[in-house]
Design a protein around this ligand. Structure first.
Ligand code: GLC
Length: 760
């Protein structure tokens, strides 16, 4: 075997050019392995070792290296934690340091693709059935063996359940307003996050297939013996990460970045509707929150605040003075967030359009004309976010939001969505003078990601506050710039149920600050569905009720008194837990771990939780088991090992078993791991960090009276002064019997006036 090892032993290239396509999965290319760290490998066929990635801005500083040994016709590469065996056909098997096989290239037989006659295809199509795509063409395909007991998690926002094994997915950001039913109909949704983790009781590993082109992930659908991933273009380039599930998430987010600390108010409640259509209507919505004593921190303006849907404008008849509106809302503790869409209206005299045309900032047809399609404004053009100059220009437009004291930006339709058929693959994105121009097929899956980057960076240039961006379309790494929501769900019980695995998989895919439209976007909610949704979403980092035009209104006061009370109870509960959630945001910046976690992240040896789709952990010590079935008044709850305290009754239950929990309409079962401290705020209507002077610690000693130490983070919740040390880090721990002592690990911000202890 011919290979070349780099001088620093971090990278090795095997010459595969003489291998025949039938012998090797590499199509006769060379294979390079790089030891990114001792736990993370990069495996690729690119000629240059450059990291031309949209997801990765910088590689980890800690490098790994290889020790090499040739034995029995194989080449063995050793890092501190891994052993990689490479054979003559360049198939690779990866073992841990103890010699346990983690991940092997699949070398067995593959079934012939199912064929259909044209008549059969017509027959299916006649009645409107989904007709499977004809043979896919790939530029590479990686096939790995699957073993019994392995589950697969991640892949972003895909429909269905927690375990992705047995299904077939596509990465092609798609705007799908019709109900997102589970697979196999919906292979793609709004986001492309080509990262997944394989897990069983014995080991876990992760793969990040960094390729923005249309790609396919068959997770044991074609054959239970293997999974495979492939792309229509681009070179094979994937990262292999070993360790426990949390370690793999840490490695993945070390590569692709972590969500920065959000502003504290963004963790509060947000109300939205497509659309609040006048300034007065917005004020009246705000007044209803205050009158009904329901906390609220933000109201979102959907597309109707704009003049003819022209981005960065306002409609002077319906929203004559956004600044006054912002001020009036601000007096009530409520912030204004506005939607923006990438489609720029084609209209002579519209400055954004004219300037963009003049500077060549929009995507072009292959014949060199500016490319047009239709979105909300009618004929529209699409900014070329692959260009740094365009991103800068777009970011500068945020002066509109600054001028009107708007506090957040909601990026929509950035797959990009288009009403007049999809953008042709050959639409050109010219880029900057010093970069190669790209086509729509190259950049489709990163369009929303680059728009989010432009928005985040623009906001950061113009304002000292931490940018608050929401995006619908994403690629790996979008978490550095934006929060995200799961797009156009519907007011369906099945969508409420699916929201749990969807958020958990997004979280495991590096996106911690996420949420679904509470109550459902499309179709009509019912009071019961809305109540169960606010319960199930109570800890969703992005906590927003949003609904579509011409659907039943779903602000909490639109129904009866009972609905209002239940709604209020859970929004109140959320606000109490905000310091705990903010601590988790801080923890995420260090570990990459999401706020909402599937039980398997903390109980990886317990197969009973591997497919737990209807419960989640908030951090590692709060377990939520929402009701997601109409009419249900009780449910089975699985409590993993340890002692759990029923949050509502204080009853202590030994875990490692299912229990039956009563759950009347106002009850969302919740449990606290005994031995925990949980910080709470007092009740409040909106989050004003300067006015928060009391912290309450809920202390749940375990049966021996022990309490684990807890770290709490506090800062002004608004800007970047924490980077200069303006924050407090406390450690609360048990000191003697029934006494909680405070250790100041870092002091740099005005401390609480009072810390109350609430023994539970
Ligand atoms: C898209 C968004 C939705 C928004 C609507 C109008 O459907 O997903 O949230 O309300 O467009 O802007």
């Amino acid at each position: 075997m011919n290979y070349t090892l780099s001088a620093d032993n971090t990278s090795i290239t095997f010459d595969g050019t003489k291998l025949a396509a039938e012998d090797s999965p590499l199509f006769g290319k060379s294979l390079t392995l790089e030891a990114i760290t001792h736990q993370t490998l990069r495996i690729h066929t690119k000629k240059l070792h450059v990291h031309d990635s949209y997801a990765i801005e910088k590689l980890p500083t800690a490098k790994g290296s290889f020790r090499i040994e040739e034995k029995d016709g194989f080449v063995f590469l050793y890092t501190e934690y891994l052993c990689i065996r490479v054979d003559n056909a360049l198939f690779i098997d990866i073992y841990d340091a103890d010699g346990k096989l983690l991940c092997a290239d699949y070398t067995g037989s593959v079934p012939a693709p199912e064929t259909m006659t044209p008549q059969e295809r017509d027959q299916l199509a006649q009645e409107g059935h989904v007709v499977p795509e004809e043979n896919r063409s790939y530029s590479y395909q990686v096939r790995k063996a699957l073993s019994d007991g392995e589950c697969i998690y991640g892949l972003g926002d895909k429909t269905g359940f927690l375990n992705k094994r047995g299904y077939d997915y596509m990465m092609w950001n798609s705007d799908l307003p019709h109900p997102h039913v589970e697979n196999p109909t919906f292979k793609a949704l709004y986001k492309s996050i080509p990262f997944f983790m394989v897990h069983c009781t014995e080991y876990s590993y992760g793969i990040f297939a960094d390729n923005p082109h249309k790609s396919f992930f068959d997770m044991g659908y074609e054959d239970n013996a293997y999974y495979c991933f492939s792309a229509t273009a681009g070179e094979m380039d994937y990262f292999f990460m070993s360790g426990t599930l949390p370690e793999i998430i840490a490695s993945y987010t070390e590569l692709t970045g972590r969500a920065p600390l959000p502003q504290l108010w963004t963790l509060g409640y947000h109300q939205s509707r497509w659309s609040y259509s006048t300034q007065d209507e917005v004020l009246s919505v705000a007044q209803h929150f205050r009158k009904n004593n329901i906390p609220c921190d933000a109201i979102h303006l959907d597309i109707d605040y704009m003049e003819d849907f022209k981005v960065f404008t306002n409609d002077n008849d319906r929203f004559p003075n956004l600044t006054v509106l912002s001020d009036r809302l601000n007096d009530m503790g409520i912030k204004l967030v506005t939607i923006i869409d990438p489609g720029v209206k084609v209209e002579t005299g519209y400055p954004l359009y004219e300037e963009g045309i003049q500077k060549g900032y929009f995507a072009m047809t292959s014949d060199g004309d500016v490319y047009e399609n239709k979105v909300w404004p009618g004929d529209s053009v699409f900014p070329d976010f692959t260009s740094e100059a365009v991103r800068q220009w777009w970011g500068d437009q945020i002066t509109f939001q600054m001028k009107h004291q708007i506090r957040g930006i909601w990026n929509d339709m950035n797959e990009p969505a288009s009403f007049n058929g999809p953008l042709p693959d050959d639409v050109v994105f010219p880029g900057d003078p010093d970069t190669a121009s790209l086509t729509h097929s190259d950049v489709h899956n990163v369009y929303g990601h680059l728009m989010a980057k432009a928005t985040y960076e623009g906001w950061k240039r113009l304002d000292s506050k931490r940018p608050f961006v929401i995006t619908r379309a994403c690629y790996s790494g979008s978490q550095k710039y934006s929060t995200a929501w799961t797009g156009d769900n519907q007011s369906l019980w099945s969508h409420l149920k699916m929201s749990i695995p969807q958020l958990l998989n997004l979280g495991m895919s590096g996106m911690p600050l996420i949420g679904t439209d509470i109550g459902g976007f499309g179709a009509n909610t019912t009071p019961e569905l809305l109540c169960r949704w606010i319960q199930a979403s109570c800890f969703a980092p992005l906590f927003r009720n949003h609904s579509a035009k011409y659907t039943r209104r779903q602000e909490p006061w639109q129904f009866d008194e009972t609905t209002l009370e239940i709604y209020r109870k859970y929004v109140d509960l959320r606000y109490r837990f905000i310091p705990y959630m903010y601590d988790l945001c801080y923890e995420e910046t260090v570990t990459g771990l999401p706020l909402l976690r599937p039980l398997v992240l903390h109980y990886p040896k317990d197969p009973a939780v591997f497919e737990c789709n209807d419960e989640y952990l908030v951090g590692d010590r709060v377990l939520v088991a929402p009701i997601t079935d109409q009419g249900a008044r009780s449910r089975a709850v699985y409590l993993p090992e340890g002692e759990w305290v029923d949050y509502w009754t204080g009853v202590r239950i030994e875990g490692g078993k299912y229990i039956l929990r009563e759950a009347p309409p106002d009850m969302c079962p919740m449990y606290i791991l005994s031995g925990s401290i949980i910080p709470n705020y007092p009740a409040m209507q909106s989050i004003e960090p300067d006015n928060i002077d009391t912290l309450r610690l809920l202390v749940y000693p375990d049966s021996q009276g022990n309490v684990s130490p807890y770290r709490h983070y506090q800062d002004n919740g608004e800007d970047f002064q924490y980077e200069q040390g303006s924050y407090n880090l406390y450690e609360f721990h048990l000191d003697g019997e029934k006494n909680i002592a405070v250790k100041n690990l870092h002091t740099g911000y005005s401390p609480y006036k009072e810390i109350d202890i609430d023994w539970r």
